[in-house]
Design a protein around this ligand. Structure first.
Ligand code: PMP
Ligand code: GLN
Length: 393
């Protein structure tokens, strides 16, 4: 029997591909975004206690109430909006499931969703599986004068059609490391105010990693945007637990009701002891304000080291990613450059082109590789030691 694929042009993700390559060549894996250090012992103890207590059966479908309360408190304290834990917050299996359940619930066959490239690899395939059509808008690429990607909001507005259902935003942005400013939010507000039926899906998985004294601006913080936004985040990056797969989404009740219809038949609920442990940790110990300075030191360590190589680092305003430009070493495609760096120089990075619909096209290739600096200092130093010796790719 011949199967008709829903995603005929999709293979394994770039992260899996580069992990496999890193293992094969025993390269330092600066590719997939995960920390190579442990979470806070107190978080492990909270979960351990929950495992020993009566917390090993199904959690309520929307999430353990204490965790939803803690999430509501955190968002209220940071961004000034109080989501109702009962009706407006759902705990999900990572940001991944939150994104998947949201897109599946909101996109009907033929609907369009605006995706700003470079974009996290999940959005477009999930839109397609739902029968929707991704409408791509490219960011403005970095230049010598402005060594950072930026969003062209005019292009976003021009991509809107009567079929547009959602606009997907992701700030701090993976892979570019750019953040969102007040003037961007003003612009988003004007765009959506002119289009009553459009919703915003705001992926804020890196909300607690913003550098140089800036604050993360959540869409939850602007009432007119929050009313039509689904805010998605994750504990993965915040507490160094990418393997736990716990995240959440927040949205007004009528939108959340639709998301939960999908969530309940996707996972029903997510692991109870992890939720109970996270709730206790959030209430007793967590200090998310320490995360940005922690990662800023690592960003600076990597950028300082790169200054002694032929690579040029771009400014990273948030996330735990930094882009490096290899123009002076080679003119090959980013996919080729990433392979060569792993195979011949023992460092694994992610080609930024993988975050575009067509990774081999010219518009996806700007001689840029993404490095993850969520690594112990000796790992960062060993990476620099190897990159210093690279003269060609
Ligand atoms: N969104 C973005 C932008 C991400 O980078 C990631 C993964 N790091 C996710 C969503 C998925 O998050 P999670 O691991 O919580 O599923
Ligand atoms: N978000 C991670 C990254 O960008 C990857 C997570 C995954 O492999 N699905 O590196």
């Amino acid at each position: 029997m011949k199967l008709r694929s829903k995603l005929p042009n999709t293979g394994v993700t770039i992260f899996t591909e580069m992990n496999n390559l890193a293992a094969r060549y025993q390269a330092i894996n600066m590719g997939q975004g995960f920390p190579d250090f442990s979470p806070d012992d107190r978080l492990i103890e909270c979960v351990h206690e929950a495992l020993l207590g009566p917390h090993n059966q199904y959690a309520p479908m929307g999430g353990v109430p204490a965790l939803r309360e803690a999430i509501a408190d955190k968002i209220d304290n940071l961004y000034g909006r109080r989501y109702d834990p009962e009706l407006e917050i759902t705990v999900t299996s990572g940001a991944t499931e939150a994104l998947n359940s949201t897109i599946t619930a909101l996109i009907h066959p033929g609907d369009e969703a605006i995706v700003i490239e470079p974009a996290y690899d999940l959005y477009a395939p999930v839109i397609r599986v739902a029968g929707g059509v991704p409408r791509y808008v490219q960011m403005t690429v970095p230049t010598a004068e402005r060594p950072q990607f930026s969003v062209n909001w005019d292009a976003v507005e021009s991509a809107i059609t009567p079929k547009t259902r959602i606009i997907i935003l992701n700030f701090p942005n993976n892979p570019t490391g750019i953040t969102i400013g007040q003037s961007d939010l003003d612009r988003v507000e004007r765009i959506v105010n002119a289009h009553a039926d459009i919703l915003i899906l705001s992926d804020e998985a890196y909300e607690h990693i913003v550098f140089d004294g800036e604050d993360h601006l959540s869409l939850a913080g602007r009432p007119s945007l929050a009313e039509r936004s689904i805010i998605i985040s994750s504990f993965a990056k915040t507490f160094h637990v990418t393997g736990w797969k716990i995240g959440y989404c927040c949205a007004p009740p009528h939108i959340m009701a639709e998301i939960r219809k999908v969530h309940q038949f996707t996972v029903f609920s997510v692991p109870t002891p992890l939720q109970v442990g996270l709730a206790q940790y959030l209430n007793q110990y967590a200090n998310t304000a320490l995360l940005s300075p922690f990662y800023q030191k690592k960003r600076d360590r990597l950028a300082k080291g790169l200054a002694d190589t032929r690579f040029k680092s771009l400014y990273s305003a948030g996330t735990f990613f930094l882009l490096m430009d290899y123009s002076t070493l080679s003119g090959c495609s980013e996919t080729e450059a990433a392979r060569a760096l792993t195979e011949h120089h023992g460092v694994t990075a992610i080609p930024v082109s993988a975050f575009y619909d067509d990774p081999e096209s010219d518009k996806a290739n700007h001689n840029l590789l993404r490095l993850c600096f969520a690594k112990q200092d000796p790992t960062i130093d060993a990476t620099i030691d190897r990159l210093v010796n690279v003269e060609t790719l």
